[in-house]
Design a binder for this molecule. Structure first.
Ligand code: FES
Length: 132
């Protein structure tokens, strides 16, 4: 479980996002970072799994909006997959399910998925990263 907790902590800097124009005394500057997928790899109604460093990610396209989550179950840390028939992010270990917004729709997980901030630019999904 420590590994999952450490993964979450490494990625927490993107949540909440820094708002342009917000005071910069203790906030992070951000920039659009590494491409994690091409938009074409995540057509509407589908999901795409990839990694960012050691972190497994899942990108979900719901109605044209692509959302990126840490693909680690919030129950006990199993890697998550996509059920295209149910349009749910599923955990194979104990059956938890998450909707396309990362909300729990079936336990035993009780905590929603960790969403990561991304932007789409020139057909690429870019993970927003800090500059310091
Ligand atoms: S680890 Fe996913 S449901 Fe238990």
């Amino acid at each position: 479980m420590n590994g999952v907790r450490q993964q979450r902590q490494r990625l927490l800097w993107v949540d909440p996002p820094v708002v342009e124009g917000a005071p910069d005394d203790d906030s992070l500057d951000i920039r659009a970072g590494r491409s994690i997928a091409q938009v074409d790899q995540v057509p509407p109604g589908s999901a795409y799994r990839t990694t960012h460093g050691d972190d497994p990610l899942i990108l979900v396209n719901a109605g044209g909006k692509i959302t990126t989550f840490l693909a680690v179950c919030t129950h006990e840390g199993c890697p998550l997959g996509w059920n295209p028939n149910q349009h749910l992010i599923r955990c194979p270990c104990h059956g938890s399910a998450f909707d396309t917004a990362g909300r729990v729709v079936n336990g035993p997980a009780r905590v929603p998925l960790t969403a990561l901030q991304t932007i789409v630019e020139r057909g690429e999904v870019l993970l927003v990263e800090p500059t310091r």
